[in-house]
Design a binder for this molecule. Sequence first.
Ligand code: GDP
Ligand code: IMO
Ligand code: MG
Length: 421
Amino acid sequence: MTTTLIIGTQWGDEGKGKVVDYFSKNADYVVRYHGGNNAGHTIKVGEEVYKLHLIPSGVIQGKTGVIGNGVVLDPEMLIKEIDELTKRGIKPKILISDRTNIIMPYHKILDGAEEKYLGDKKIGTTKRGIGPCYSDKVARRGIRTIDLTNKNSLSKKLDQIIPIKQRILDVYNIDKKLDKKEILDAYIRYGEKLKNFITITHIELNNAIKNGKNIIFEGAQGTMLDVDFGTYPYTTSSHTIAGGAAIGIGISPKHINSIIGIVKAYTTRVGEGPLPTELFDKTGEHLQQKGHEYGTTTSRPRRCGWLDLVVVQHSCMISGITKLAITKLDVLNGLKQVKICTQYQLNNRKIDFFPANIEDVRKCKPIYKELEGWNKIDKDASKLSDLPKEAQEYLQYIEKELQVPIALVSIGPGRRETIEV
Ligand code: GDP
Ligand code: IMO
Ligand code: MG
């Protein structure tokens, strides 16, 4: 029996979908436990490309996908995703926690309103209602999956919530009338469609652990978007670090056997907020173009820069990462020289930790280790020794600096373009 947690170590889009799909071949369950449809996880099988936002990536391998209590769930989007997959010949097996918080129409409107209010200080959210939904969860006025199956109780909750939300919309000068009946009817309809999936997933998963099943816990976003340990306030609203998994699933942390941290061979970020190794030159363009760095969810161009080991070290420490998966190594093909940030210069100090103060982060200048680049990676490479010597040195340098072993290297988006170490 193994349980494996797979998380992003940077600002998201590290290739979690690909890596989760790869390891799903031996899994019984694949579980999403935080975030919502702000995520976009891509899986490429042959010529088929799947972009999943809510459904766990393991369903592509026919495994049971679980949406845990820690997720914020937009039921309309989930139904759409299920229908789209079904049309493509994959009927996803899904279980949804009875405790998952639901993204309501007013959350999506408020996400946009708050961003507009922030003006040039905006976070650059995906506008999927993630922050407002998590805010309501911790304020104890959330709607949960179980509420979608009881019209009476949902109606009473909406009677309490909607007038307050309406007043907040007025404060933001948003000319939108929330129609309680319309919302109630729509969400009861979603409940009807989803009711067969809704169950007590934490009992199912704790039993599965007891019975020796293989389970993958699929992280979304990445450490630097964690609401405590990321570039706050330019973060998402959930815990992207390993500690978030136990809470978002309803299992003990002692049941997590290994923690794989995914490290993109360079750095990207979508949305606003500082990115110390960001490049605005030809190399930045190279990474963006060769890496097809456009958001899977919002299609926004991703900002690109050199690999930042201050960030990845921060991730390894906080999440206790036991193995690394390095992705998109092929994107560095053709660069004469490659750089890795090992420390920051902050005013007149050299630091090797990530500062809490966002203004300090803005001032951090990366200090780089320079290494030789390489021309090309053979798409059929199946072991590390098939890689160019310089690419091997790049990987060895990462491993040595982080003191965490590399378990997987990805050299292309497809399943086969993977080297297991
Ligand atoms: P996620 O959010 O972490 O699942 O990552 P995304 O799916 O948003 O973005 C990663 C992108 O890189 C996707 O388009 C993947 O198909 C692609 N990808 C994943 N691994 C590799 C790789 O090793 N090389 C290349 N060139 N592309 C990759
Ligand atoms: P995956 O799982 C990259 C970013 C948004 C924004 C910030 C807050 O595909 O790696 P939110 O809508 O969550 O309130 O936005 O977080 N963001 C992501 N960036 N990948 C993601 O998910 C992201 N999910 C949210 O761009 O900067
Ligand atoms: Mg993504």
